[in-house]
Write a protein that binds this ligand. Structure first.
Ligand code: SF4
Length: 92
């Protein structure tokens, strides 16, 4: 079974208007930020037309990969979603 097919089983309760991850405003993304567009398993990070890295955290699996890579540098701010929100693992 492909990862994409497994991701289908996850469910999300989005805390509208209160994203649990934010990207620090920047003109030119750092190498680490750019890497997030490739390593996030849920594909939450993307590069805008102007080159800045953006996040749509609705499908975040809370794996912590981006937090490990960019949390300490301050490139991103990462918090767990409020109780009851975020990813819901149906199997596992
Ligand atoms: Fe992607 Fe994991 Fe970061 Fe969520 S915690 S945005 S799934 S890398």
């Amino acid at each position: 079974v492909k990862v994409e097919e497994k991701l289908f089983y996850n469910r999300y309760l989005v805390d509208a208007g209160r994203p649990h991850i934010t990207v620090r405003p920047h003109d030119t993304p750092s190498a680490a930020l750019l890497a997030l567009t490739r390593i996030c398993p849920a594909g939450c990070y993307s590069q805008a037309d102007g080159g800045q890295v953006e996040i749509a955290s609705d499908g975040c699996m809370e794996c912590g990969t981006c937090r490990v890579l960019c949390g300490e540098s301050g490139d991103i701010e990462w918090n767990y979603p409020r109780g009851g929100f975020g990813v819901l693992y149906k199997f596992g």
